[in-house]
Design a protein around this ligand. Structure first.
Ligand code: GAL
Length: 417
């Protein structure tokens, strides 16, 4: 072998070794709490769309289990404050995004991406406002969940000639009839606290109506008033109809009690529909749905969004993730599995089941109010205190003490004086 050939071979071998060993792996790390039935399937569907568009990128799923972010939010906080953000993370539109992350300077605006992708023409103004601050957009909404839904076991209702209750008074009649047959009327799993708070939020809405419910988050409706007192009394009565092991279960285990025919009703956001779908349950066949008692005409919005943290380690991949999250293709793949409707208005309705189609109709027609338990209506400090107070109430049932504690929490959060 000539010296020249040897030299060329040497260089080729060196180059091959360098490209094999040091080739930069493109990564994308996505943080969420989507691990339950329906949630995990939806997230995977989004990942599939991303992988089709960017097959060279390795996706790291950094999900932390625990409904409503009960565990994930603390992990996220540690990472963000420690300068170790994921490339993008799930966050509710409204206070959770804006107060916790935007005003504190942790996020980059994504308005230019939104313009480039034409999102402003297809995402309703209400939602755009929930992810905006001082004229800049900081996240893209992937969905709209409804927080105020009553789910019921179709066969148990049909067999007992029952109709879904439209008010809490009707609920007590239906619940008594079910109890008389030995069926647990309402399933609850409040191990992580937020689940009981979620039910109570819907009772507050039913008791106060949308205007006074909204006033709770601005100090206009007093926590010490008559409306909140009545809501707490109704809530205490409802708790007499739930499964005795509620404190040991989480939301999806409570929904599973319906699937197992062990309880007849559940009040939960429509990620429960995603859970039913993941279990092969069909709307109007296996389960029925109605607005949570007393809340017809009002739609409690829970919107999941993704934004761009400053110092995202893989910024380019993160921007491409946001493009997928905001796309028609991404939202049509994600939402039918997740049990939510698109944040975009141009999704193909035929891809959605009967429940989700009815949710689309209600979203277009109903009065929209934000959820406090799911991050939109009030600062996170209040949300945490609210969960604690409601859970103390679940065990003690002390109405005046709960009212006092709620009012004090409202003052501490600077929502009330
Ligand atoms: C909500 C979230 C939903 C769903 C639910 C239960 O806060 O917006 O996407 O995941 O928690 O985990």
């Amino acid at each position: 072998m000539s010296r020249n050939v040897c030299a060329v071979l040497f260089v080729v071998i060196l180059l091959a070794a360098a490209s094999a060993g040091a080739a930069p792996v493109k990564r994308l790390e996505i943080f969420s709490w989507w691990t339950a039935g329906g949630e995990a399937e939806g997230l995977n569907a989004l990942f599939e769309v991303y992988k089709r568009r960017h097959p060279d990128v390795e996706i790291v799923n950094a999900a932390v289990a625990g409904g409503a972010g009960a565990a994930a939010k603390a992990v996220l906080k540690t990472r963000m404050q420690g300068g170790n953000p994921p490339d993008s993370f799930q966050v509710h539109g409204g206070a959770e995004l804006v107060d916790t992350w935007v005003k504190t300077g942790f996020m980059e605006p994504i308005t230019a991406v939104a313009r480039g992708e034409g999102w402003l023409a297809v995402i309703p103004k209400d939602l755009v406002e929930m992810v905006s601050h001082r004229g800049e957009m900081y996240a893209v909404p992937v969905n709209v969940h409804r927080g105020n839904v009553l789910w019921y076991h179709k066969r148990l209702f049909d067999q007992n000639n029952l109709r879904p209750p439209a008010t809490w008074d009707e609920f007590f009649r239906v619940a008594d009839a079910l109890k008389a047959k030995g069926v647990t009327p309402l399933s609850l799993g409040d191990k992580l606290k937020w689940e009981a708070a979620h039910l109570f939020e819907d009772v507050l809405l039913a008791t106060l109506g949308p205007t006074d419910y909204n006033g709770l988050w601005t100090g206009r409706t007093p926590w010490t008033g008559d409306g909140v007192r009545r809501a707490l009394e109704t809530f205490a009565r409802i708790l007499q109809y739930v499964n005795s092991d509620h404190a040991a279960l989480v939301w999806d285990q409570a929904v599973q009690l319906l699937v197992d025919g062990k309880a007849a009703m559940n009040v939960m956001g429509d990620w429960a529909a995603g859970y039913f779908t993941a279990k092969g349950w069909k709307p109007n066949v296996d389960y029925g749905f109605a607005p949570a008692p007393g809340t017809r005409g009002t739609f409690v919005i829970v919107t999941d969004t993704f934004g761009l943290p400053k110092k995202a380690p893989h910024r380019e991949q993160a921007l491409n993730w946001l493009r997928v999250v905001g796309s028609k293709e991404g939202q049509e793949a994600f939402n039918p599995k997740k049990g939510s409707i698109c944040a975009r208005t141009d999704c193909d309705r035929s891809k959605f089941d009967a429940y989700l189609q009815s949710s689309m109709a209600d979203f277009a027609r109903d009065r929209l109010v934000p959820s406090e338990v799911h991050g939109s209506a009030a600062p996170e400090t209040f949300a945490t205190e609210f969960n604690d107070i409601v859970n103390v109430f679940v065990t003690r049932r002390d109405v005046p003490a709960a009212q006092r504690a709620l009012q004090q929490a409202c003052v501490r959060a600077k929502m009330c004086r």
